[in-house]
Design a binder for this molecule. Structure first.
Ligand code: PHE
Length: 355
């Protein structure tokens, strides 16, 4: 028994298998019922008690060593197969796993669409600061110093700080008309040196108003305002441009109506409604049964504004309009709560992926 165990102990360390078949052959040779290890156990069963006490432990150890060796060989084979799979079976022509592309913010989508529509009739984008001064947000736009119209837009003023030198009346712009005053002042100079004859700009951007945050109001929102200054600009031009915009944005069947309104910087002023794009003008809960929904303010640039910017109001006239991007996005996507636009909840935002 001693010799047989000794021999098998040597053999087990030499075992090797290049394939699953070879491995199986080894298992049969040593561990199957008629295998060499099992045969030792058959002999062992016939031993007298004292002999059993001697050989039981070494025999069990031998069997365990064989089993362990078989497992080692099986794992070695398996990892060889896996490595082979990596090298040989990768399909390089396969379409890669889809990459999550993210989504564009609905307000960006709508802003881009507004810009795109007006760009087809010659408008280009102008930019300006969000932290502004009274002059550009109010004074040059015909708001008299104590004019109550300033209260129409609840302004955030930047507080004065001890020892910090900055111009008086620093505030967060309440509308992007402030960009228009800056661009018109530049345009006045260009008119003088002959480098421009007309002005057609869009002013997209964030604006701030001191309002309690709710589903229908926020302390900041986004606007796109437009301005056209040239010789002989008429209200009919304004109406035509806005009708074109409404049809492009909300569909060919859209109708518009202009209601008289008031803004310090335009005269005459109007608010524009479109036929409700939800019920098609028949009247529904969204348009409160009227068939119309308001989407923007507009008017002919007040001569005082042109003059304040250095443009001769006897020669030049212009129209302006301004709309809230959230308002347009609400109409397009029927978002009921304004706060969703700024809460950054991906469950909301990812819905706009395919737009
Ligand atoms: N600036 C106005 C607002 O913020 C909108 C507007 C722009 C109205 C141009 C008329 C003309 O409410």
């Amino acid at each position: 028994m001693q010799d047989k165990i000794q021999l098998l102990r040597q053999q087990v360390e030499q075992l090797n298998a290049q394939s699953a078949e070879e491995l199986e052959a080894l298992r049969v040779k040593y561990l199957s019922k008629k295998g060499e290890v099992s045969r030792l156990f058959d002999e062992f069963k016939l031993f007298p008690k004292e002999e059993k006490a001697v050989w039981g432990a070494p025999l069990n150890a031998l069997k365990q060593r064989f089993e362990a060796r078989m497992n080692e060989l099986r794992e070695a084979l398996q990892s060889k197969v896996n490595a082979g799979a990596g090298a040989n079976s990768a399909d390089l022509t396969r379409t890669p796993d889809p990459i999550a592309l993210g989504a564009r913010h609905p307000l960006s989508l709508v802003r881009e669409q507004i810009i795109d529509i007006f760009s087809h009739i010659g408008f280009t984008v102008a930019d300006g600061p969000e932290v502004e001064d009274d002059k550009h947000v109010f004074a040059m736009l015909n708001f008299a110093p104590e004019h109550p119209a300033r209260d129409m837009q609840d302004t955030f003023f930047v507080e004065k700080e001890e020892g910090v030198q900055r111009p008086t009346d620093v505030l967060l712009r309440t509308h992007t008309s402030s960009v228009q005053t800056r661009v018109m002042a530049d345009f006045a100079k260009q008119l003088q040196d002959g480098s421009a004859t007309s002005l057609r700009i869009l002013c997209p951007g964030r604006v701030y108003r001191n309002e309690a945050i709710s589903a229908r109001a926020h302390c900041f929102f986004h606007q796109v305002e437009g301005l056209y200054v040239d010789k002989n600009v008429s209200f009919a031009d304004l109406r035509q441009a806005l009708l074109y915009f409404a049809k492009e944005m909300f569909g060919e069947d859209t109708r518009i109506r202009l209601r008289p309104s008031y803004f310090p910087f335009t005269e005459p002023s109007a608010e524009m409604d479109i036929s409700c794009n939800i019920c098609g003008g028949k009247g529904c809960a969204f348009c409160k049964g009227t068939g119309w929904v308001e989407i923007l303010g507009c008017g002919m640039v007040d001569p005082n504004v042109l003059e304040a910017c250095g443009i001769d109001s006897k020669v030049y006239s212009g129209y302006a309009f301004g709309m809230g991007v959230e308002r347009i996005a609400n109409l397009k996507y029927r978002v009921k709560d304004l706060r969703l636009f700024s809460e950054n909840d991906v469950r909301f935002l990812s819905q706009f992926e395919s737009c």
